[in-house]
Design a protein around this ligand. Structure first.
Ligand code: ATP
Ligand code: MG
Length: 436
């Protein structure tokens, strides 16, 4: 992002030596390459695509490096999430991944959280690698919450989580190390929590919509602390959850909370929706987010209290709201692709334009004009065959492809990645065509 604004400010149609030397906007300088085939041990479609296109690298099962192209997408996803979290008053923090055992003992989760990574210091002492942050944010809140005047508030982070998952097979969908956005809200009473919960739910809907995803709001188990939680599920064959969805209304329930009679009715065919009598079917879903009314589950063990107007001590009510940030990268790849490769939705695409010069032509001038107009361009200036460039372009999935070649004379070929046909256009039209 920084590179782009820096380059964009230069004007006069000049490509700065900085861009030439360092920017990954020149594909010849991009240190990563596409792969002819996905690694044999990778089963998930999202990982196969992202690995082949050079967006991520796999270090080991469930652990990935985000390469320059993948990190650009991840950053765009994070920007959308940040904007919507800030819009509902979320205050951003960054909490540690390395956490003291005592905090996890206080909630009883040192032994009960199955996927908890535990580590020891050579100087003594045991630590957890944070899979979630209630154990950290509640004691943090305790340092700043004294009276009703200090409430409500909400704090969030976008941070790396660690979970010792049993079968990390879904590529980016289930990592052992992954990025999550976690928001925690603090309230004087359950009513205030409910009000904020509704706001967060609306913000979540906005986020997924902006990312180009159709996420269903699904009733799911609330664990031991509230009746239900709400999951945000993107229907996809690659999802490991099973969701009962009504074809007519917005009824959707996770399989984990329906009873046998419900399953039998749904399997029998027509008309089993408890809301509208519509047809209910079981679909695979990817859980991209999950929101909970924690109530006092975590404020109790840490005695997180405040003094009300009468000076009486009361317990704080809490909500928690998670989004799988790196899982979203995988989800978008899982949904937006075709037989040739990725097809990024514009709001998260690593670049807006993929500019290709073929067979000895030069696209330098167009590159300068587009970047000057503030458009994000990946410029394929490599001296390789036209076929190889075109294949790479389809695999990378950047929304607009522009081809400069001797064949098309003064005009250039313009094609949207999501469409079948290309057209020839006057280069002067380009900025208008690709501007969001
Ligand atoms: P799941 O049911 O998929 O195991 P969870 O219910 O344990 O997830 P939460 O603790 O609610 O997950 O975490 C918030 C969000 O973080 C989830 O909705 C999901 O999108 C994401 N997430 C959870 N576990 C992982 C993982 N191992 N890899 C990537 N993302 C994850
Ligand atoms: Mg969940």
């Amino acid at each position: 992002m920084l590179q782009i604004s820096f380059c964009g400010k230069l004007g006069a149609g000049l490509i700065s030596p900085f861009c030439d030397k360092l920017s990954l906007m020149l594909q010849s300088k991009l240190f990563t390459k596409t792969l002819r085939e996905a690694p044999k041990d990778e089963e998930a479609l999202n990982a196969k695509l992202l690995l082949r296109a050079g967006f991520v690298d796999k270090l080991m099962a469930g652990v990935y490096t985000f390469l320059p192209l993948g990190l650009r997408v991840l950053n765009k996803i994070e920007t959308v999430i940040r904007e919507e979290m800030n819009a509902i008053g979320g205050q951003e923090v960054l909490m540690p991944a390395l956490q003291p055992k005592e905090n996890w003992e206080a909630t009883g989760r040192w032994n009960s959280f199955e996927a908890l990574y535990k580590t020891t210091s050579r100087f003594g002492g045991e630590y957890a690698l944070g899979p979630t942050h209630e154990e950290i944010i509640v004691p943090l809140g305790k340092k700043f919450i004294f009276s009703y005047k200090d409430l409500p508030f909400a704090a969030y982070q976008i941070q790396t989580k660690f979970r010792d998952e049993k079968r990390p097979k879904g590529g980016l969908l289930r990592g052992r190390e992954f990025k999550m956005k976690d928001l925690y809200s603090f309230h004087t009473d359950p009513e205030d929590l409910l009000k904020y919960y509704a706001k967060a739910l609306a913000a979540y809907k906005k986020i997924f919509k902006r990312l180009g995803l159709k996420a269903l709001v699904v009733e799911a188990s609330g664990g031991t602390f509230s009746k239900y939680s709400h999951e945000f599920q993107v229907l996809s064959p690659g999802g490991e959850d099973l969701i009962y969805v009504c074809s007519k209304c917005d009824f959707a329930k996770n399989k984990e909370i329906v009873d046998e009679a419900f399953v039998r009715a749904a399997e029998a065919g027509k008309g089993s929706c408890p809301n509208c009598g519509g047809k209910v079917t079981a679909e695979n879903g990817i859980e991209v987010g999950n929101i909970f009314q924690l109530n006092t589950k975590y404020s109790d063990p840490f005695a997180l209290k405040y003094k009300d107007e009468k000076g009486e001590e009361k317990i704080v009510y809490m909500g928690c709201y998670g989004i799988g940030v790196s899982r979203l990268l995988g989800t978008i790849a899982e949904i937006y692709n075709d037989e040739k490769g990725l097809v990024w939705p514009k709001p998260v695409a690593p670049f807006a334009v993929h500019l290709l010069e073929l067979n000895g032509a030069s696209a330098k001038k167009i590159y300068a004009e587009l970047t000057k107009a503030g458009i994000e361009v990946l410029y394929d200036d490599r001296k390789i065959s036209a076929g190889a460039k075109l294949n790479d372009s389809d695999l990378l999935g950047i929304p607009y492809r522009i081809i400069v070649s001797p064949k098309t004379g003064a005009r250039v070929e313009f094609k949207e990645r999501s469409k079948k046909t290309a057209k020839l256009v006057n280069p002067k039209q380009l900025v208008k065509l690709v501007r969001p």
